[in-house]
Ligand binder design. Structure first.
Ligand code: SF4
Length: 409
């Protein structure tokens, strides 16, 4: 939303300029090539910005960089506007990522798990600035990557890479494999032209491909080999950090193991740091050092992998992990079945977002948003069950409600 000044009208010729003079300063650019007439445009724009600020509520305490961490994410928000009407006004937001906080140490892997549609992929893409964030901050090696210019981002880009979920659609069918891997290497001048061929061969061999594959096209490869090409393409830029966005979910189980082992070998060899997004909990348990569990755009539990898998604390994590199959026919699984479906991120429930499906739900959960508490070193849970203050407040709330119910009319 911008004010339109007289010069803009001059650009359209004398007729428009005359019209401007007649109606006065009464126009705002409402976006989508749409100009609106309003009686007080300055007030209109400031009201609009204020309303937007209130809707987004981007308040957070800025981070202090810890040199142990390669990536630090603080209160990250990614809202997609919902436009409606002839003027395409923003009437609300889909809160795909809503206040996500975590950090990843150098050379480690963080697993990000949760149901489909909870915002895992959006977190990965927002960190890489494939989406421009709505709020919060992302520090990469101590630098706020949302504050750097597009030109500086281009220089930084090779250090931040992504491996996409679908190895079939993420490779250009018109380019041979050597070109797919090498295109960005040339563009970013990663190696000198005389070393280019040897460098591509070396990267391909590190990813389990052969030199003669260079001249072949993606359709000549199986799913697993294609994913190796995607990994080689990311690796060729000599990255520090890779977002692995469900890299094995489109592959057979036997191939999945090969790709996971490859990612682990490359991590050891090149000291890479991964954000591993997946809904396959067994894979996440195998590869990750820390795990964050997401529900409806927020992180509900975050801890070292062993702690989360041995002793999940949040009711949602407990339900999610109860679905992991046990490879023992004698063991009877105690599955926790969640009722209802995941609410809409455009209109999330008040208080705890999980309260509509939680079997431990209390009165306070329907009203107050739970704090993110560190219940043991490095183990964070966002649930009122572990907050003594919230439990006491819940008691008062229950007493107050029962007193209101029993009071004579
Ligand atoms: S805060 Fe309440 S509703 Fe949310 S997970 Fe904890 S107990 Fe369940």
């Amino acid at each position: 939303m911008k004010l339109i000044n007289q010069d803009t009208f001059k650009a359209f010729g004398r007729k428009m300029e005359k019209y401007w003079t007649r109606v006065g300063q009464g126009f705002v650019n409402a976006g989508n090539n749409c100009i609106r007439f309003v009686s007080n445009p300055k007030k209109f724009v400031s009201d609009y910005k204020q309303k937007k600020r209130e809707m987004i509520n981007d308040i957070y305490v800025p981070l202090t960089h810890n040199p142990e961490n390669l990536l630090e994410v603080n209160a990250l928000k990614m809202y997609f506007p919902i436009k409606q009407g002839f003027f395409k006004r923003t009437v609300g937001y889909v809160k795909a990522v809503d206040g996500v906080t975590f950090n990843i140490k150098h050379g480690t892997t963080m697993g990000l798990v949760g149901e489909s549609g909870c915002g895992k992929t959006t977190v990965g893409r927002t960190i890489l600035r494939l989406y421009e964030k709505t709020g919060g901050e992302v520090l990469f090696d101590g630098q706020n990557i949302n504050k750097i210019s597009k030109k500086s981002l281009r220089v930084k880009r090779p250090q931040l890479q992504i491996v996409f979920q679908d190895p079939y659609s993420s490779l250009s069918p018109r380019l041979p494999v050597g070109e797919i891997i090498g295109e960005a290497v040339r563009e970013h001048k990663i190696v000198s032209p005389d070393k280019y061929d040897d460098y591509i061969t070396e990267i391909m061999e590190a990813c389990g491909l052969r030199e003669y594959h260079k001249d072949r096209y993606p359709h000549e490869f199986s799913g697993g080999q294609r994913q190796r090409i995607c990994i080689a393409r990311a690796l060729a830029l000599n990255p520090k950090f890779i977002v692995c966005d469900e890299p094995v979910s489109a592959l057979d189980v036997s191939i999945q193991a090969q790709i996971i082992n490859l990612l682990e070998d490359l991590q050891k060899k090149f000291g890479l740091t991964y954000l591993f997004i997946s809904h396959d909990l067994s894979v996440v348990e195998h590869i990750s050092d820390t795990v964050a569990v997401m529900y409806l755009g927020g992180i509900v539990e975050y801890a070292p992998t062993v702690k989360v898998f041995k002793n999940p604390k949040h009711p949602y994590t407990q339900a999610l992990f109860s679905a992991i199959p046990v490879p023992d026919p004698e063991v009877k699984m105690k599955r926790i079945i969640l009722e209802g479906s995941i609410p809409s991120p455009a209109n999330p429930p008040k208080g705890c977002k999980f309260h509509t499906r939680c079997r431990e739900c209390m009165e306070i959960c329907k009203v107050n948003v739970p704090r993110n508490l560190e219940i043991e070193p490095g183990h964070f849970v966002a649930c009122h069950l572990y907050d003594e203050g919230a439990i006491a407040e819940n008691k008062k709330l229950v007493e107050k409600n029962s007193a209101t119910e029993t009071a004579p009319e």
